[in-house]
Design a protein. Structure first.
Ligand SMILES: Nc1ncnc2c1ncn2[C@@H]1O[C@H](COP(=O)(O)OP(=O)(O)O)[C@@H](O)[C@H]1O
Ligand SMILES: [Mg+2]
Length: 225
């Protein structure tokens, strides 16, 4: 039985991509996989298939119905903004206690492999007082940190690792998901992170073409579950 929280150094880095790849790998090995995307922003029910929720449901082999969507993503916000801001503009708020209760319930019930995708980077605000970091501390799962290979990622990634470490969160792995057209190579970026992040497994995931999710590195990442 394993549960992991997938977070990253920012938005659009590759959390959903990595989660989908892991789900696919684990399912092909006969594992019973569950995934949650408790908070989703920029969500439009008419284009739900391209939302994180829709992509995760598809990877899980589950139908894209309102019931399934609500089951894995109870907090859905329309505005493509940080959760606190989107919620405020939509006249609602994310109930931090209920969010944690939702996750704890899923963690206590899960039978095999559970992947929870966070939102944005490790410290994006969820409400007036809490960030994703507070959420991760509350549910206390090992973290998979997804980073990019763009120039600038080293400081973002090492800062994130430092914050996770200071808060006694276990980092199961760092996945460097290749940023297209970066002046820095994927290999150099991953090597540098490895040099500073001693004792943490660092995976270098190349940019995969088209709809491909299968790759030996993806298989190795799924092994952490
Ligand atoms: N290694 C990769 N190979 C191919 N496409 C990738 C890779 N990593 C991320 N992407 C693509 O980049 C975009 C942003 O990734 P996504 O997983 O949605 O980020 P996040 O969940 O962190 O916001 C998506 O279109 C995703 O498919
Ligand atoms: Mg995502």
């Amino acid at each position: 039985m394993t549960a992991m929280f997938v977070t990253s150094t920012g938005t659009d880095i590759g959390k959903t991509f990595v989660a989908r790849g892991m789900i696919r790998q684990l399912r092909s090995r006969g594992r019973a996989v569950e995934a949650l995307k408790p908070i989703v922003t920029g969500f439009d029910p008419h284009t739900a298939h391209v939302s994180d929720t829709g992509r995760l449901l598809s990877a899980l082999g589950r139908a894209l119905t309102p019931k399934e969507i609500a089951e894995i993503s109870p907090y859905r916000l329309h505005q493509p903004l940080s959760p606190d801001l989107a919620a405020r503009l939509e006249g609602t708020s994310i109930d931090f206690k209920a969010l944690n209760a939702f996750c704890r319930n899923a963690i206590s019930r899960h039978k095999d492999a559970l992947i929870i995708e966070g939102i944005g980077g490790i410290m994006v605000p969820l409400d007036e007082r809490h960030t994703v970091l507070d959420w991760m501390i509350e549910i206390d799962l090992p973290v998979i940190l997804v980073a990019g290979s763009y120039v600038g990622t080293l400081s973002h990634t090492l800062s994130a690792l430092d914050v996770l470490d200071r808060n006694e969160l276990k980092v199961a792995a760092v996945v460097v998901s290749e940023t297209p057209d970066s002046a820095a190579t994927l290999v150099d970026t991953a090597d540098t992170i490895r040099r500073f992040a001693k004792n943490i497994e660092v995976f270098a995931l190349p940019r995969l073409p088209g709809a491909t999710l299968d790759h030996p590195v993806m298989a190795a990442i799924a092994d952490v579950m």
